[in-house]
Design a protein around this ligand. Structure first.
Ligand code: ADP
Ligand code: MG
Ligand code: MG
Length: 210
């Protein structure tokens, strides 16, 4: 399937579905090292985007869909994740602004801009046990897949695989950013909820392009 506006809308729907399915699991992860609301926060945000998809113009571009997600997440998710994901989607939209169909290099640019937006806002580095530990390997894998001549769907699949591995790899880490950092050493042994939601969102992106 082409990575176009229909893909972007399908990504939002698949995201809302997988976040709803994982609402309790994400909040359980957040209960271990945070305040137990990450699943509810993300579910509230993505459920709020769904009805707005119907209001998109016929000639909408993927960037219009991403902007819709950004503004909705910023106004409904709250906490740390709302502004971070909101910035990610906003920067992602900017990277592919107005393009009707995304080429493999555009997909890399979209993911890279999202990751850079989160870093700009949250100042996390790789290894701080945040969603950046899913985003950064995803960007690197996507870039490598593009350089290997893979198509846009395969670039997204590579990103999703790397994000899942990255989320898993947060388990032994000690948190240095966000609420989990208040726990110090006791944050080790738990997966970061934001890294896990990132892995779910990027898998949804890949599935929507397959
Ligand atoms: P809150 O901590 O305000 O309750 P959420 O529970 O919705 O917000 O989101 C927590 C997630 O946000 C963490 O698991 C982590 O991945 C992410 N996070 C927190 N602070 C930062 C940061 N400075 N940079 C990147 N990600 C962060
Ligand atoms: Mg929380
Ligand atoms: Mg909270």
């Amino acid at each position: 399937m082409a990575v176009d506006a229909a893909w972007a809308a399908a990504w939002v729907r698949a995201s809302a579905e997988v976040i709803a399915e994982n609402r309790v699991a994400l909040s359980h992860l957040d209960r271990d090292i945070g305040d137990g609301d990450h699943g509810e926060n993300m579910d509230r945000g993505f459920q709020a985007v769904l009805p707005k998809l119907d209001g998109l113009a016929e000639d909408a571009a993927p960037s219009d869909v991403l902007k819709l997600v950004a503004t909705t997440l910023i106004s409904t998710v709250g906490g740390a994740a709302g502004p971070l994901y909101g910035t990610a989607y906003l920067k992602a939209a900017g990277a592919v602004n107005g393009k009707a169909e995304l080429e493999p290099a555009d997909v890399v640019a979209l993911l890279e801009a999202a990751r850079d937006g989160i870093v700009l806002r949250g100042k996390a580095e790789p290894g701080d046990k945040t969603m950046i530990d899913a985003w950064t390997p995803a960007v690197e894998a996507a870039s490598a897949a593009n350089e290997d001549g893979k198509d846009a769907a395969a670039v997204l699949a590579a990103a999703a695989d790397a994000a899942e591995a990255g989320a898993e790899a947060t388990e032994p880490l000690v948190a240095r950013k966000g609420r989990a950092s208040y726990l110090g050493e006791r944050s080790a042994g738990h997966r970061d909820p934001g890294a896990q939601s990132t892995a779910l969102l990027l898998r949804a992106a890949a599935k929507s392009a397959a």
